[in-house]
Design a protein around this ligand. Structure first.
Ligand code: GDP
Length: 212
């Protein structure tokens, strides 16, 4: 069973004061708009339209919460990098994201979605610069990996990992494709660890070992 199988839409937040107070653990997904964030959440949740809640009018610049259980959430942060966004909206976005990332205690880790063809843009680096000082982990999904040849994909990942090693400690990366359902288990392993869940394989092995 997929780790995020039972994810359900919870709420939309437009002001930091409205962040759910009872949340004990959150994993946030962020990325440039159109990088493939909604598709990645839908793929991991095995629910085709789930993250498109975040794309309905009035929600795109907001923080959207999906329940994992009563106190743990997957958080869909507003996509960034729209070419033609009024300055006021940019400012709102910047304040919401930077404050959320740098101060949200319940936030356990950040999944950063990047188009494998354009990794680590200046805005992606901005996100890392806000979040890395917290000392919490970041895991990058290089999405749309199906758009690269196998060799190009491997090279892109190696280059990104070298760059992360140099400039962004505590940051891991993998290839991902929602279209080809590539990289799901690897992403789930990271999410399980952050959620404090046992990895699927281990859990099953222990269930077999435990008598009655
Ligand atoms: P978001 O704005 O980051 O939420 O991006 P979406 O998930 O809406 O995806 C943007 C576009 O990229 C859509 O046309 C998707 O169908 C496409 N897309 C998303 N993920 C993949 C993928 O893994 N492979 C390919 N080929 N296209 C993808």
């Amino acid at each position: 069973m997929a780790l995020l199988q039972n994810l359900t839409f919870f709420t939309t937040v437009n002001h930091l004061r409205d962040l759910p107070p009872h949340s004990t653990l959150e994993i946030a997904f962020a990325g440039r708009s159109n990088a493939g964030k909604s598709s990645a959440i839908n793929t991991l949740a095995t629910r085709n339209r789930l993250a498109f809640f975040s794309k309905t009018p009035g929600r795109t610049q907001h923080i959207n919460y999906f329940s994992f259980d009563e106190t743990r959430y997957i958080v869909d942060l507003p996509g960034y990098g729209y070419a033609r966004v009024p300055a006021a909206i940019k400012q709102h976005w910047q304040h919401l994201l930077s404050t959320y990332l740098s101060t949200r205690e319940a936030l356990a880790g950040l999944i950063l979605i990047m188009d494998a063809r354009h990794p680590l843009t200046p805005l992606d680096q901005q996100m890392l610069d806000w979040f890395i000082p917290t000392g919490k982990p970041v895991h990058i999904l290089l999405t749309k990996a199906d758009k690269l040849s196998k060799g190009e994909a491997v090279q892109t990942l190696a280059k990104l990992r070298a760059e992360l090693n140099k400039s962004y400690p505590n940051c891991t990366a993998q290839l991902f494709s929602s279209l080809k359902r590539q990289g799901i288990e690897e992403a789930e392993a990271t999410l399980s660890a952050w959620l404090g869940e046992q990895p699927k394989g281990k859990q099953q092995a222990e269930e077999i070992k435990t008598p009655g």
